[in-house]
Design a protein around this ligand. Structure first.
Ligand code: MTE
Length: 319
């Protein structure tokens, strides 16, 4: 069964302005006419979206945080995806038409049995959730995104890692026909394939998700089609895109940005307004589409859910 679950810490739907709702316009008008968003009508409307959540459960509550979702346009027009280009405004154009047909995912390392599975088959195995998360880039911009996907902990259970597995490592596909910058070899912006990793307890945390869409649509190429990681309490570079390989290991992975510049980027990359980047303050952030900056929250606002993972650790050292 594919259905959507909502957790108490999730930002409420009431913060969504009508045009920002993840329903398409026609469906929204249909719902608007009904006056109230009953779960039955939302289910009906969402059945017509790309992701085809057939028996979606959706409950509209009050908005305790009074946060506002970024628009689909904002989320998909300012991107970091170096495999396409380092020009954030142009990623969407360069990535347009990205071929994700027959996308395969390899799962290996410290697992009972390696798995080689198509993206299409993999997604059928899990419950699909909506998760509305804050997303904070290390560069100082942020957004609020309604992601769709499955929980990383559910994927991990499916992979059957051995007890010796202490970390999960992720790799972006290396395919020069898809990603132009991978062709640039010595002149490439960064070393490819892009690599990221999580400690096993971080990966098993309820917040960690494998996103396959946003606003009820399949993941746009520029946001990491067809499948990417989302770890909302960490800087955005941890949220690796277009994943084709997952490896369980007993060694801490050397993630791409740490390898690029270990003085500036670490393995943990937890959002922390008190630990500045060597070249800029992390105390504030600019939400995409806003002029004024707002205060950055400890663990990006998810302190209650994740602070225990780092108990006793010096967060200046483990940055
Ligand atoms: N994943 C890959 N493969 N390549 C990248 O360049 N950029 C990272 C992360 N994942 C990146 C990546 C960075 S720096 C950020 S901030 C987020 O993707 C941006 O995600 P978005 O474009 O969906 O906002």
């Amino acid at each position: 069964m594919k259905y959507l679950k909502k957790q108490p810490w999730e930002i409420d739907e009431n913060q969504v302005t009508p045009e920002n709702l993840f329903l398409n316009r026609r469906n929204f008008l249909k719902l608007g006419a009904a006056g109230l968003l009953s779960s039955a009508s939302v289910i009906e409307a969402l059945a017509n979206t790309d992701l085809n959540f057939n028996d979606l459960k959706f409950i509209k509550d009050n908005n305790p945080n009074n946060l506002k979702l970024n628009t689909f346009e904002q989320i998909t027009s300012h991107n970091n995806f170096y495999e396409f280009t380092t020009n954030q405004a142009k990623v969407k154009d360069v990535a347009k038409g990205m071929n994700t047909k027959n996308w395969m995912i390899e799962i290996d390392g410290l697992v009972e049995k390696p798995i080689f599975i198509s993206f299409d088959d993999l997604v059928k195995k899990f419950d699909i959730y909506e998760r509305i998360y804050r997303f904070r880039c290390v560069e100082g911009w942020s957004m609020v995104v309604p992601w769709n996907g499955f929980l990383l902990k559910d994927l991990i259970k499916y992979c059957k890692p051995l007890s010796s597995a202490k970390y999960v490592e992720f790799e972006t596909l290396f395919d020069e026909d898809i990603f132009p910058d991978q062709k640039s070899r010595f002149l490439a912006a960064i070393k490819y394939p892009y690599v990221e990793g999580l400690r096993m307890d971080e990966a098993m945390n309820d917040l960690s998700m494998m996103a396959i869409g946003l606003y009820g649509k399949n993941m746009p190429p520029q946001n990491g089609a067809p499948i990417r990681l989302i770890v909302p309490w960490k800087y955005g570079f941890k949220s690796i895109k277009s994943i084709s390989k997952i490896t369980f290991t007993d060694k801490q992975p050397l993630n791409t940005w740490q390898e690029q510049n270990p003085r500036e980027y670490g393995f943990y990359a937890n959002v922390n307004p008190e630990v500045d980047h060597p070249r800029w303050s992390q105390a504030k952030e600019r939400v995409l589409g806003s002029f004024l900056k707002q205060k950055t929250l400890m663990f990006n606002g998810y302190e209650n859910e994740v602070a225990h993972l780092y108990k006793g650790m010096d967060l200046r050292k483990y940055f």
